[in-house]
Design a binder for this molecule. Structure first.
Ligand code: FMN
Length: 209
């Protein structure tokens, strides 16, 4: 049975534009995958560990600094548990609101927690290499003001560029992006929402069935 991990990146509940699009995706996904398991990870309501000094120290032991014992070992065990939930999924649906040009701190905290040597990436003389295989993601991006069509004072995109880099870094090679950008400035938001929902349904049907 395949498993979809739905990572909720917005704290805005019913007001969230990205989660409305995610709902359209999920509705179609359920129709196309009657037996699939959907695991919902809300980064704002679930108790997520903070990627702190002990967790950074645990990571650095794999690069030859310090030893994995005591509090550092406990921190690593926590990291492994959070990461196992992520790696046990076959497919990902991630909602990514633009916050100050990039991604929210909760999503970054999650990424810092699960981007770990031996779990999601490896390294050797040749450098880093991804450890995940045969995974795919649908990533939903929203922004209030930023759009690539607007000049720089309206913002820059460190959101999708970062997510693309990170997903490829760990080996999620197939990425489908949906963007509802500039949704505060857009005059015909109803049409843009409709188009984004349509795209979500299409992606679920064609690539996640
Ligand atoms: C803390 C915060 C920072 C934001 N920063 C930006 C930004 O840099 N650029 C932008 O275009 N919109 C920004 N926005 C607007 C959100 O990207 C927009 O409301 C989007 O719809 C959020 O996704 P959501 O509706 O799924 O929560 C910001 C919103 C918040 C709450």
């Amino acid at each position: 049975m395949k498993k979809l991990l739905h990572i909720i990146g917005s704290p805005r509940k019913e007001a969230s534009e990205s989660e409305k699009i995610a709902a359209a995706f999920i509705e179609q996904y359920k129709k196309s995958n009657k037996d699939a398991q959907i695991d919902v990870l809300n980064l704002w309501t679930e108790k997520m560990p903070l990627f702190d000094g002990n967790k950074a120290a645990a990571k650095m032991t794999f690069f030859g600094t310090g030893t994995l014992e005591g509090d550092i070992k406990s921190a690593w065990d926590e990291v492994v548990s959070v990461t196992n939930r992520f790696t046990s999924a076959d497919e990902y649906l991630i909602t990514v609101p633009m916050w100050n040009g990039g991604i929210s701190w909760t999503l970054k905290n999650y990424i810092d927690t699960i981007t770990q040597p031996g779990l999601t990436f490896g390294f050797g003389a040749e450098g880093y290499f991804p450890l995940l295989k045969n995974k795919k993601a649908c990533v939903i991006y929203t922004s209030g003001v930023y759009s690539p069509a607007l000049p720089k004072p309206f913002g820059l995109d460190f959101q999708a560029a970062y997510m693309d880099w990170w997903l490829e870094f760990i080996g999620v090679a197939e990425i489908h992006a949906i963007k509802l950008l500039s949704n505060v400035l857009t005059k015909d938001i109803a049409k843009d929402r409709h188009d984004a929902n349509k795209q979500a349904i299409e992606i679920a049907k064609s690539h996640f069935a």
